[in-house]
Design a binder for this molecule. Structure first.
Ligand code: BEZ
Length: 395
């Protein structure tokens, strides 16, 4: 009359077993090793930047005892060579082959855009520790994509305001023809022209070309009041030296986003002396937080830290804040986002917050390069708590 209890017991038993299995898999996912994939340039003009980012990231993980949200960290590495045409294949090595929980990368804006696309499609957590491509926290924004650095818009916009306030009227811009250069110049132009200045000529050359001679001759012939530029890494060293060697430095002051001199003052030598730049970091902040960071970095890696090291360090801080909120689960993007949106990151650069589109809201310092002291010295505040407009971001 009554159905036998046996099948029900069997069903309940197997349902419990499935539940136990699922939660033990989930537990293993949250308690096993945390796979961190670095996709950074380890060769080419940005190689030193990639190394500094990795060093900074490792420094904070070491401070955490080698664990993030209780999970021991295991590292995977891919050299992206700052080569956009290889970026999709490279990022898929980390996503599909190594099945990492989080990707930390990269430096080059063009490579970062391919990474953001792959992260968006796969749902893998991505923290960008340098590349400023506006779209990453603009039109391509997503709950699982964050940046610990800056958008290309930010330092360019800050410098446009500074130069307009100085009463500079006619400017020539010069940069590499790719997203970072184009977007820096566009943002510079936006605030500089709003402030009454005019960009009279926009010069560029393909990335990572360093044959500047023809363009320097054109600057000399145009005779602007000043030059605004975006270059970084090895290319910036060559540009700053060539600009001085061409005899332009004394008559046409050179300005730029801070990548022009950050971390490379030694290599640039006297050619860098006096150059004014805008950036969210400087060597002479002289705060307790930054001094402690710099001392540990110098002792550990036997080199001085720079903005790239700070951005790597803060990528690890952001990862830790996000994963502490999800008990180590890197797949819970919405919860990670909520935790980071209400956090204040205690960065060596100074405290910063994260915008709705996941980009730092931070101070931009006006810095002056000193060859004698081998430092980018803070000489003023260019733009306090500057927030990227996050254009096109719908989350
Ligand atoms: C970029 O490609 O976004 C970039 C590269 C080096 C320094 C700053 C920005």
């Amino acid at each position: 009359m009554y159905p036998t209890l046996k099948p029900i017991v069997r069903w309940v038993g197997s349902a419990l077993a499935v539940t136990a299995l699922t939660s033990s898999v989930a537990l293993a996912q949250n308690t096993g090793k945390l796979k961190v994939g670095f996709m950074l340039p380890y060769t080419g003009t940005f190689a030193a930047l990639g190394i500094a980012i990795e060093n900074g990231f490792r420094q904070h993980v070491t401070e955490l005892g080698g664990k993030v949200a209780g999970r021991e960290v295991e590292y995977f590495k891919v050299d992206d060579e700052s080569e956009p045409s290889k970026a999709t294949d490279n990022v898929n090595k980390l996503i599909k082959r190594d099945q990492v929980d989080v990707i930390i990368g990269t430096v080059h804006s063009g490579v970062a855009m391919a990474m953001a696309k792959a992260a968006k499609e796969s749902g893998t957590l991505l923290i960008v520790p340098n590349a400023g491509a506006d779209a990453v926290t603009g039109a391509m924004c997503a709950p699982n994509i964050f940046r610990s650095s800056f958008s290309n818009w930010q330092p360019g916009y800050a410098m446009g305001e500074v130069m307009a306030k100085k009463g500079i009227k006619k400017v020539v811009t010069i940069t590499w023809k790719y997203a970072a250069g184009d977007e820096s110049v566009k943002a510079f132009k936006e605030s500089f022209e709003k402030g009454g200045g005019t960009v009279v000529k926009e010069l560029s050359l393909p990335f990572p070309n360093v044959e500047f001679q023809g363009l320097l001759t054109e600057i000399a012939a145009t005779k602007p009041d000043a030059v605004f530029t975006f270059f970084a890494g090895g290319g910036a060293v060559k540009f700053v030296k060539d600009y001085a060697a061409a005899g332009l430095k004394a008559n046409i002051p050179l300005y730029g986003s801070g990548f022009l001199t950050d971390g490379i003052i030694d290599a640039e030598g006297p050619a860098a002396e006096g150059i004014l730049t805008t950036l969210h970091y400087a060597d002479s902040l002289n705060t307790k937080r930054d001094n402690a960071f710099r001392l540990t970095y110098a002792k550990t890696f036997r080199m001085q830290p720079d903005v790239y090291a700070v951005q790597g360090y803060d990528a690890a801080q952001m990862l830790s804040i996000g994963l502490n909120a999800t008990k180590g689960d890197a797949t819970k993007a919405v919860d990670i986002s909520a935790a980071l949106r209400k956090a204040t990151i205690d960065s060596p650069r100074g405290p910063f917050t994260i915008s709705a589109s996941h980009n730092p809201v931070q101070d931009f310092y006006l810095r002056q390069a000193s060859d004698k002291e081998k430092e980018n010295k803070v000489v003023g505040m260019a733009s306090a708590k500057l927030a990227d407009p996050g254009r096109g971001c719908k989350m």
